[in-house]
Design a protein around this ligand. Structure first.
Ligand SMILES: NC(=O)c1ccc[n+]([C@@H]2O[C@H](COP(=O)([O-])OP(=O)(O)OC[C@H]3O[C@@H](n4cnc5c(N)ncnc54)[C@H](O)[C@@H]3O)[C@@H](O)[C@H]2O)c1
Length: 143
């Protein structure tokens, strides 16, 4: 299976990338802008090759994202790229709106367009998993 991971140099993403490459035979494309939150050290042991590709880029850049979909042809997307350090949004909300809202929208549109071109089992099995937080999803109702 080919998995496009966004934010694969972040806290959760780097762990996921290492896990997939160590414990499975999936192929991984890691799309990460390398913001202040990225830690390249955490994926430094992962060598680029047949199983792993790294692309430094922005999920808000629709042309680049479309190109990655058409070249890599993922079976699934795990979307982790985000501005996740919420306290920073008080001084600088723009980056949060761009990445968490516009970037997620851009990625979803790219995935939808790519998915519409798939057929049969590949289309039925395609998955998009967005890992995010309450700033994006809203709070759960208290039961
Ligand atoms: N870490 C946690 O405890 C936790 C808990 C709940 C929810 N979450 C959610 O899980 C997701 C991942 O969290 P994390 O802790 O790994 O985040 P992180 O801040 O450690 O990593 C985010 C990664 O996204 C990349 N990135 C940021 N903007 C980008 C852009 N525009 N284009 C491409 N890449 C970009 C950064 O370079 C970084 O590598 C977030 O949505 C976060 O809100 C995390």
């Amino acid at each position: 299976m080919k998995i496009l991971i966004t934010g694969g140099c972040g806290f959760i993403g780097s762990s996921l990338v290492r896990y997939l490459l160590t414990h499975t035979r999936h192929r991984v494309l890691n799309l990460d802008k390398l913001t202040y939150a990225a830690t390249l050290d955490s994926v430094q042991d992962v060598r680029e090759g047949e199983s792993y590709q790294f692309s430094q880029g922005d999920i808000c850049d629709s042309d680049s994202v479309d190109k990655l979909f058409s070249q890599f042809k993922p079976d699934a997307v795990v979307h982790l790229a985000a501005e996740s350090h919420v306290d920073r949004s008080i001084d600088g909300p723009a980056a949060f709106i761009q990445t968490n809202i516009v970037g997620t929208y851009t990625l979803l549109e790219a995935a939808r367009s790519y998915w519409q071109g798939l057929c049969g089992v590949q289309k039925a099995n395609f998955r998009f998993l967005h890992v995010s937080t309450d700033e994006v999803y809203g709070e759960l109702d208290l039961l």
